[in-house]
Design a protein around this ligand. Sequence first.
Ligand SMILES: Nc1ncnc2c1ncn2[C@@H]1O[C@H](COP(=O)(O)OP(=O)(O)OP(=O)(O)O)[C@@H](O)[C@H]1O
Length: 256
Amino acid sequence: MKKQSEGTAKISVKDLSLYYGEKQALYSVSLDIEEKKVTALIGPSGCGKSTFLRTLNRMNDLIDGVKISGDIVIDNEDIYKSSDVIKLRTKVGMVFQKPNLFPMSIYDNVAYGPRAQGIKNKKELNKIVEESLRGAAIWDEVKDRLKSSALGLSGGQQQRICIARAIAMKPDVILMDEPTSALDPISTLKVEELIALLKKEYTIVIVTHNMQQAARVSDKTAFFLNGEIIEYDVTNNVFSNPKDQRTEDYVTGRFG
Ligand SMILES: Nc1ncnc2c1ncn2[C@@H]1O[C@H](COP(=O)(O)OP(=O)(O)OP(=O)(O)O)[C@@H](O)[C@H]1O
């Protein structure tokens, strides 16, 4: 039973099903995602975690033959009924598995989105770039080389620049699809520390294969299996006191 004392739902998903052509990938998924918390999506390969994540900013719309039913309400607005996908993707930013910076300077990468939105004033752009890099805990490392190529940074630094690029759009929600799977342990730790800072301001949903990571960074965890949510609870309960045998088997490493 869901307790009423829990935080406010920023995102409310009801009865969401998704098909890639004939193949069903999500089965009537319902989930309330709390504001300014970190929600982890875990489960074995192919269970639908990334598919689910991508529905939250309509990234699946870009794939041919995708059919979606159900509702996703963000801030009282059904995102599949409103047609303004650009506005949605500004509000719900995304960070991918591999850093995907543009072959341009650090500054231009972070300023890219704001410029595309029409911001041209240099002072204003400088402010956004600095605030975003500070917000992504990488300002001190790059402040003296803002005009150098972003691709000259380490993978971990590049991923934090990707996070800065997302922050520069002033989103409410940041989706992260296995953001540390391509990183070494020290860079992973830095990104995890950053996630802990970011949740003061943003609602974060993260897909991870790394169970320790889910346990370290998230407040709530949803366990997916074959396109369904098997268990969704406070992270500590999912890992220490799971209600479903399948969750227990997964978190204790019996399959996956
Ligand atoms: N573009 C696509 N076209 C067709 N089927 C797809 C597509 N993307 C994903 N699928 C299928 O949908 C199911 C769910 O995939 P999804 O990538 O969401 O799982 P996942 O849990 O994120 O897996 P992983 O942990 O391996 O990334 C899988 O069976 C996958 O093969």
